[in-house]
Design a binder for this molecule. Structure first.
Ligand code: SF4
Length: 296
């Protein structure tokens, strides 16, 4: 098929827009939508120091490439990369993310669960079984990423979450009946670095295509524990449903944003943990986990 904007070969068909696009026009279309999301949410402002959370995978690598290509020349915006090494043998290798950051000229920092908490995710799984892998990993990684970004002076943390990830998150919170997360206040919280998700309006397959067109050397293998996550079930269910009702993912993301606005009038229930000092709900989940393993 030919691109509908020019006569070159198309690299993608966007079912929702009905457009066939070549590499050049797909890239323009993709970047315009990410920039529109940034403008809409005022996600990037003058004097921001943006910590991009990188894993070495395609989504975060594509985000780093996008931010450097769009904001790398700006003297009033700084970009650096942080890789959290959970300690998952045969999967997480910070050197992969480090090489991509170096190829883009971006300062790179890495910090591991082992250094920060005294144990790896593999050790946690060995002692508690792999059904808890993702819930424990998520709590510990979020806290370590926030702490590291804050200590490095970041004003924003950029995450490579795409449309599929955000739609899954909303549906997961509904399925868990987690009202707190659905209406979580978006007002600034002391100690919590605000998060931005420039790829929020972009489908997973378009982020993957963007990564393949502009980068090489990223990790394509998935985490060996991923099959345990509720997210894996929700992803399958949502993809199946979305095939028959193509607007579903956009509808879920929109619902998530509307519900988050409701939370703006609610005072944040986050406070500093008495043990580790990080922002937390009633009890600090990270400290609870670490106590289980006698490392706090
Ligand atoms: Fe951690 Fe689960 Fe993601 Fe693997 S799939 S990195 S265990 S959250």
């Amino acid at each position: 098929m030919k691109c509908q904007k020019c006569s070159r070969e198309a690299v993608i068909f966007q079912r929702y827009s009905g457009l066939h696009l070549c590499e050049h026009h797909f890239t323009i279309n993709f970047e315009a939508r990410a920039k529109k999301a940034i403008r809409k949410h005022q996600w990037i402002e003058p004097h921001d120091r943006i910590a991009v959370a990188v894993s070495g995978g395609k989504d975060s690598s594509a985000l780093l490439y996008f931010l450097v290509s769009q904001f790398g020349e700006r003297r009033d915006v700084e970009i650096f990369a942080i890789c959290i090494d959970e300690g998952i043998a045969g999967y997480r290798d910070p050197a992969v993310a480090g090489r991509i950051a170096a190829s883009l000229g971006v300062p790179f920092h890495t910090v591991s669960f082992q250094e920060a908490y005294g144990l790896t995710l593999d050790e946690i799984v060995e002692r508690r079984g792999d059904t808890i892998s993702c819930s424990y990993c998520g709590v510990l990684r979020r806290q370590l990423l926030n702490r590291t970004a804050r200590e490095l002076g970041a004003t924003k943390i950029a995450l490579g979450f795409n449309l599929d990830d955000d739609a899954q998150s909303v549906l997961m919170n509904v399925l868990r009946g987690d009202l707190d997360r659905l209406v979580r206040p978006t007002t600034p919280v002391e100690g919590l670095v605000p998060r931005i998700r420039p790829f929020q309006p972009l489908p997973e397959r378009e982020v993957a295509l963007y990564a393949h067109l502009h980068l090489s050397g990223f990790e394509e293998q998935g985490c060996p524990y991923a099959h345990n996550a509720l997210r894996a079930d929700v992803r399958t269910m949502l993809n199946d449903y979305n095939y028959r009702h193509p607007a579903t993912k956009y509808a879920l993301v929109h619902l998530g944003e509307e519900l988050a606005h409701l939370g703006e009038s609610v005072a944040s229930s986050l406070h500093a943990c008495e043990t580790c000092g990080e922002p937390c709900q009633d009890v600090c989940r990270a400290c609870q986990i670490l106590k289980e393993f006698d490392v706090r």
